[in-house]
Ligand binder design. Structure first.
Ligand code: ZN
Length: 72
């Protein structure tokens, strides 16, 4: 599910799956907070580096710093 949420946030899911994840987030607290965390993280990184593409290594390091809340 969490992997799908990442792709959902990136807009990579096909429409049917996108709607499915969207519905799940509406009714699932942990997944909802996870998606909110991911979204803020991406926004933050975008501001910091001024680019859309975040280097994978950097993302992992920032995640470690922020200590991600429990998984859904
Ligand atoms: Zn969930």
């Amino acid at each position: 599910m969490l992997e799908q949420i990442e792709r959902y946030l990136d807009g990579e899911l096909e429409p049917a799956l996108h709607a499915e994840v969207h519905a799940h987030l509406a009714g699932c607290g942990p997944c909802s907070s996870h998606s909110e965390f991911q979204r803020r993280l991406k926004e933050l990184l975008r501001e910091k580096c001024g680019c859309d593409e975040v280097p994978p290594g950097l993302l992992e390091r920032v995640r470690a710093v922020f200590s991600e809340p429990g998984t859904g």
